[in-house]
Each structure stands twice: as C-alpha cells, then as structure tokens.
Write a new protein. Structure first.
Length: 88
C-alpha cells in the first residue's frame, strides 16, 4: 500500500516553515515508508481546491483507499507519525 503525505504550503507562510522542520525530521527517519509531496498552493491552486485547502499549512495523509487524515495548522511529529501508521 502506498502512503502519501501531501504538504500544502506557501513560501510566504511562516507556520509552514515550522512545519517543514518537523516533516524533514520524519522524512529523515521514515522516508522509505511514505511519499512526501510538497504542494505550493500559489502554483497549484487547482490541486489545493480539489482537496479543499483553506488554511496553511494543511497536511493530508492518503493511502490507496483515499484520505486517511487531515491536519490544519502546525502539526506535531507524534500526530503525523500516528496518521502514517494508520494509513500503512
């Protein structure tokens, strides 16, 4: 089963930079367990609309069956890892 973590962000978003640090740590430790997709909402507005992203940062954890979890705002490492485990 493919697990994907979509990170919806914008370059001007301060909290997104905080989220980046957390995601980089998870990717460094568990990068072989999931695919991290960075989605710049300024460049990919259609995709952001498709996922109904209204606030940044927004993280969406998906697997082959669809969306497993959605996080809005800066999300802590433990919560993200629990969602990745649930999606696996």
């Amino acid at each position: 089963m493919t697990v994907t973590l979509k990170d919806f962000y914008a370059d001007w978003c301060g909290p997104c930079k905080t989220q980046d640090t957390i995601l980089e740590e998870i990717e460094g430790e568990r990068g072989d367990e999931f695919v991290l997709e960075k989605v710049n909402v300024d460049e990919e507005q259609e995709l952001a609309n498709e996922y109904q992203v209204r606030s940044l940062p927004t993280l969406i954890v998906e697997n082959d069956e669809g969306v497993v979890e959605r996080f809005i705002g800066v999300t802590q490492k433990d919560d993200i890892e629990a969602a990745l485990d649930a999606a696996a």
